[in-house]
Design a protein around this ligand. Structure first.
Ligand code: HEM
Length: 491
């Protein structure tokens, strides 16, 4: 689940279907490229493909490798939920077997089979996935949410006095790394260099290989340490799981979890904040209490799923999907972005999807994302705490100036410049709501996603007043502050 390198090949004029590739409904391929000039607006291209071919369309990848893209909501679900017909193991993919896909193909990082649960199936998938999900089940969600709150406070402290920030590079790309380093058991590795390395490795820049090596060295050190002396963290539970993962398997799964979580959640945070800042309807609904932060996050997962497509599913036998004849060995892109806007399930895209979690952002079937609760928690708590600390935050450029970096796998906001009235720093151990707040705010329990309410109105910040002095943890007062502080400290 990495972004493909951003150096698309094949920008020459389209000569028609490549040799050996049956086009126009007779096989994957066709005449539309998902890269180069054709792909300036992939969302628009998917809609043209839907009109032309229906819910499953033939497309060309880099170097004109044929593929199907699954555009329909039902067809995407049908594919991911049919492990007897489709596998994530690329070793049966015809273009790989017949040499059409060369070892240096730019999408190889996505395509090449690896010994990780995302590419495994059957018993082997179960063995690896059990280890991952069991390790995840040991995560204490209350303390993770507290850590997300503290990390958000620390990040806001870095920007609050300046009154300006870029929420992509200074917030969305940091928070998931801070949280994942803590969950994995390497909080000491979380720093600017680690964030840069992950960002770099995923962007496929010139220094991507060194950056990837930097992250892998940290994960190797962690694996060795926990093998020698397990503690109570995700990595230790992975190491000691009865599935008896080798050191390589542990390291590869740490890499999968770290990169998948980092990229997807950074994207989700940026998309959700962009939506709140630029779409007046959302801000108004949040302020008025008709929408909660978790609902806004869910709406963002519908409208802009962090992974637009996922490479790849491969047909194990001749079959049919969405009216297309799929042959054994064909490759198909699982595609949450077009699937989520399928007109058969969303005839009116402006209609809110509150209460409906049937989007495709987390996949489905045996490979459905096991980390979705963590991804949601980072986004819910992070966005809520940020907006609470900076209630007057607003976009610092015209909306038309926002830029995206688009690839087949994901669409990333390049920057989200914002401004707000400068604010004082705050003790990271205090909940954001202990800050001075505008009198118009709507009160609600902090960070409670079972009963969340409205966000404070983006009103001018009143003259600073000192926040209440927190009592010592062992002398919590009774009443509201006592309950709040006991909750905050996890007592
Ligand atoms: C907003 C955040 C996230 C999104 C949108 C997301 C999305 C996805 C998607 C689309 C898949 C592939 C499903 C398929 O192949 O059908 C996936 C798989 C996976 N995700 Fe996530 N993910 C997110 C966060 C996380 C987090 C926080 C973790 C770990 C803590 C994680 C760990 C994984 C793993 C291990 C897999 C592979 C599962 C398997 O193949 O059995 N993800 N995710």
């Amino acid at each position: 689940m990495t972004s493909e390198p951003s150096s698309p090949t094949g920008t020459d004029p389209l000569p028609g279907p490549p040799p050996g590739c049956p086009a126009h409904g007779r096989g994957p391929g066709g005449t539309h490229r998902l890269h180069g000039p054709d792909a300036k607006d992939l969302g628009g291209l998917y809609e043209r493909l839907r009109d032309e071919h229906g819910p499953v369309a033939p497309v060309l990848l880099h170097e004109d490798v044929p593929m199907w893209v699954v555009l329909g909501h039902a067809e995407n679900l049908q594919m991911v939920r049919s492990p007897s017909q489709y596998t994530r193991d690329s070793r049966i993919w015809t273009p790989l077997l017949d040499g059409t896909v060369k070892p240096d193909h730019p999408l190889m990082p996505h395509i090449a089979w690896q010994p990780i649960c995302s590419h495994a199936e059957g018993d082997e998938h179960q063995r690896l996935r059990d280890a991952v999900t069991s390790a995840m089940a040991t995560i204490d969600h209350r303390s993770v949410r507290r850590h997300i709150g503290r990390s958000t406070q620390a990040l806001v402290n870095r920007i609050c006095e300046r009154g300006r920030a870029d929420l992509v590079s200074q917030f969305a790309e940091h928070l998931p790394m801070a949280v994942m380093c803590e969950i994995l058991g390497m909080s000491e590795e979380y720093n600017e260099r680690m964030v840069q390395a992950a960002r770099d490795a995923l962007k496929g820049t010139e220094t991507a290989i060194q950056s990837h090596a930097y992250v892998m060295e940290a994960l190797s050190r962690l694996t060795t340490r926990r093998r020698a002396r397990p503690e109570d963290d995700f990595t230790s539970h992975l190491v000691t799981h009865p599935a008896r993962l080798t050191d390589d398997e542990v390291r590869e799964h740490l890499r999968l979890v770290l990169f998948a979580a980092y990229e997807a959640t950074a994207n989700l945070l940026a998309n959700a904040l962009r939506m709140v800042l630029t779409e007046p309807g959302f801000r108004a609904q949040l302020n008025g209490g008709q929408m909660t932060v978790p609902e806004a996050i869910e709406q963002s997962l519908w409208n802009e799923p962090p992974f637009s497509t996922v490479f790849g599913y491969y047909a194990k036998q001749d079959t049919e999907l969405g009216g297309q004849a799929i042959r054994k060995g064909d490759g198909l892109l699982f595609a949450p972005a077009p699937g989520n806007v399928d007109p058969r399930i969303r005839p009116d895209l402006s209609a809110g999807m509150q209460g409906n979690r049937s989007h495709l952002a987390f996949g489905g079937g045996p490979h459905e994302c096991p980390g979705q609760d963590i991804g949601r928690a980072i986004a819910d708590v992070g966005v809520d705490a940020l907006l609470t600390r900076l209630p007057d935050i607003r976009l610092a450029c015209p909306e038309e100036d926002l830029r995206w970096r688009e690839s087949i796998a994901a669409r990333h906001l390049v920057a989200l410049p914002v401004c707000f009235d400068p604010k004082p720093q705050q003790d990271v151990d205090l909940p954001p709501r202990l800050m001075p707040v505008p009198p118009t705010r709507v009160d609600r329990p902090a960070y409670d996603d079972t009963a969340p309410g409205a966000l404070p109105k983006p009103a001018p910040v009143p003259a600073p007043v000192p926040p209440p002095t927190p009592p010592r943890p062992d002398t919590h007062p009774t009443g509201f502050w006592g309950r709040l502080l006991r909750w905050w400290h996890g007592d």
